[in-house]
Design a protein around this ligand. Sequence first.
Ligand code: P6P
Length: 340
Amino acid sequence: MDHVTTLSEFIIRNQQDFPFASGELTRLLNDISIAAKIVNREVNKAGLVNILGDAGSINVHGEEVKKLDEFADQQFIAALKAGGQVCAVGSEENENIIRIDTPVSKNARYVIALDPLDGSTNIDVNVSIGTIFSVYRRISLSGPGTDEDFLQPGTEQVAAGYIIYGSSTMLVYTTGKGVNGFTLDPSIGEFCLSHPQIKIPVNGNIYSVNQGHFAHFPDGVKQYIKNCQEEDKESGRPYTLRYIGSLVADFHRNLIKGGIFIYPSTAQSPKGKLRLLYECNPLAWVVEQAGGKASNGSKRILDLQPRSLHQRTPYFAGSQEMVEAAEEFMLKYSPAEKIA
Ligand code: P6P
């Protein structure tokens, strides 16, 4: 069997490629991978809720059972605090940023925005879920991190990626030198390089959208979906509709096979449902580094200037030619959808 390359070995071997001082990225991604292994263990036990107790109950060990997304949030924050590489954490689970004031962390050079467990409502039905993370260099000079450290366009990210807890658990990330995927080998407790230099097909035949919102989609999205459903052998249409309802799972499938994921503005979510800082930006950088595109229907996601931590945005991400086709429909049928 060829030599297995672990995540730590890979980072050390490619250290010169990373915009970090030696050792910082190794430690930061190691902290993330430690929390991911702990969350993975709990996610895999979620089916035993009748034994372990439902969230809010007291389990057989007399411990309070936490909701898995709260549990994941606490695990990632604890691992990042212990690792000392970030001075603040912005999390989907917390209204305000968590400013880290420990002696080792408060002058750390990075901040991290994360969705600790996206799609957690799918746990009860055994559907893949994920963690999404985005790392920036701080803007503030010293001390615990500040809000302004998080309100940077996605082009300023220095590391970004996701963990998908599925049929296997994978960590996929970029630091601007391509996208690499690592699969957790539970027998040795290591993330091992399994998908080097991932590239998304420039075109695809899968579209991912919640058709249930169709009536409230912008006309450009309605027309693009109708185009996907038309018979046209030359372009391989009709395309296949695949929608898991778990962003990381839908995104990862399209990254590997090609396709487009769309969550546009809807009546319930006039600015889109997905969050810019810790869902759309990190996945936008990953998909661009893999050769794809990500926009809000008219503007590049990574160029958007965030105004608040939990800001939402319409999201079109995936194979370059599919995103460009959808943008053309948006320009033609929904020009007013230009989101500032
Ligand atoms: P809808 C899960 O709740 C989530 O945040 C994403 O993971 C997913 O892509 C989206 O919402 C699904 O939303 O409205 O289709 O149920």
